[in-house]
Design a protein around this ligand. Sequence first.
Ligand code: AMP
Length: 414
Amino acid sequence: MTINAPRGVHDIIGANAFKMTELENNAKFIFARHGFIEARTPIFEDIALFIRSIGEQTDIVSKEMYVFEDKKGKKFALRPEGTASFVRAYIEHRLDMSYPEGKFFYSGEMFRYERPQAGRYRQFHQIGGEFLGNSSPSADAEIIIITADILSSVGIKELSIHINSLGCCNCRPKFRQALIDYFSSIKDLCQDCQIRLEKNPLRLLDCKIDSSKFTNVPKMTDFLCPECKENFSIAQDLLKSAGYKFRVDDKLVRGLDYYNRIVFEIRSSVLGAQDALAGGGRYDNLVKDLGGQPIPAVGFALGSERVILAAQETDFFEKKEKAKKIYIAVADKELIGDAFAFAIRITKQGLKNNKNISVYPPLIDKNFTNQLKFANKINADETIVFAKNEFDNGNLIVKDMKARTQIEIPISEI
Ligand code: AMP
């Protein structure tokens, strides 16, 4: 019996791996321009970290975490997202001291036990950025802009930026009560919503089952305290002044409990049901809640697989320059050593001179005909042949595999 990859988990090979690397490289480039530094955290953490940060009542913690015990019976979870782990590391290493107003980015695998479908997997990749130590709306606007810029950097045009404010500990309780009053009057709430109504009524706003029943729902924007209102308004002005279009979306609450004030999501109309490419927001209480100093923060995460799916509608990845493939063939056994050394030498020269070439050294277990078949199979652009007569005259044969022509070139000129 063969063993396949677990459900919802994928191997990323060849072109798809290339796309993921390109996306990560583009993101790194944009992060660097905004002064972000990289952080790599473990893929598993003490389960308490996610319960305390993301929230016990969220789908992520209550249903989707991969939990395991180590040999001593201690409970861990594979990380379902990156912010909690980063904040844990931030506190542990007192990064507030070494990087006041620090900006950090990460990328890597996340794990959620969700029902797999297009754009939704059990292991997926996120790229995220966090800006800690600044509570101003310019930090909010910068995070939203970076997110949009990374998405645009792989050619995605149909982007819509949705923003909302969830208020703060002063104004949110009044909104929460208004929601409880409103939702209590609605009959036949789904089972999840009945629990959410008690534990976290904001979460009803993005219920996929009940949302059609909700009309004239109270809006957080009507409850914002003057400070939250001003913050939200300045963030909008800054986005506008930088030329970024967005819409205020009263129902946007996000699936993690630690957010306050601004939250956002960037969606693409080219994707189906799973149209959220990225999301984020402010989490001013999380560092303190996890045992650190009271340090405000704002961040985002994008889903790399979804971004790559959306980018398929563009020719961004196809247009990327492909390496020229060169196979080194050997027609006479006595030239094997020369041909192999030559292949290694031009590979090194290519590296040194930043040439976009892929060099395939001779496969010495194949005869010449089979070597040419191999060159065709790998779609080589050129085959450079070591053949005795020509070699003795100081020449190599260079075959253009596409045009099916060949010329002799002095070794010293190649
Ligand atoms: P979140 O951490 O839930 O705010 O999600 C941020 C982004 O990660 C989403 O906008 C998606 O692009 C991506 N994402 C979240 N869950 C999954 C999943 N199960 N499979 C693939 N991508 C996901």
